[in-house]
Design a protein around this ligand. Structure first.
Ligand code: FAD
Length: 117
């Protein structure tokens, strides 16, 4: 069995990957319903995240920095900033958010155009 720290880091990597990819695929011009859905998803993610200490800390961050859901760009930048708050706490490098949308291209852009099938 791998060391607990390794497992926790792998969980974090996978969780952040999905988190940023969802934000990078969020609509440019979301409806009220889409905005509510994203906010709720993030709040619930913060509640079910399986590392208890991480979840507690993240919930505090969410209170201080509520999800920004106005557009894809604002949501993705908010996500990058809040991950940087966690990086800061863990003594990790601060990530450059300027190319966040390109960094989390999931290869599913063609879905929107219904091309590339
Ligand atoms: P990670 O932080 O996992 O990042 C993965 C990759 O994402 C990086 O290699 C980089 O390419 C990219 N990246 C880095 N920063 C950003 C950014 N700001 N925006 C976009 N992409 C970025 N661990 C703890 O020990 N204590 C905690 O309290 C804790 N809280 C967490 C809360 C949440 C919600 C999550 C998802 C994880 C938490 N973790 C916590 C795990 C921790 O954040 C890391 O995932 C883990 O330490 C592994 O770090 P890493 O250096 O591999 O990079």
């Amino acid at each position: 069995k791998m060391a607990n720290e390794t497992l926790k880091a792998q969980l974090g990597n996978a969780a952040w990957k999905l988190f940023h990819t969802i934000l990078a695929r969020y609509p440019d011009d979301p409806t009220k319903q889409e905005r509510t859905t994203l906010s709720q998803y993030i709040q619930l993610f913060g509640q079910v995240y399986p590392c208890g200490d991480c979840a507690r800390h993240f919930q505090k961050l969410l209170k201080k920095y509520p999800p920004q859901t106005k557009s894809r760009k604002t949501a993705a930048l908010w996500g990058c900033d809040i991950h940087n708050k966690v990086n800061e706490k863990l003594g990790k490098d601060i990530y450059d958010c300027t190319t966040i949308l390109e960094d989390y291209d999931c290869g599913c852009g063609a879905d929107e155009l219904e091309a590339d099938i």
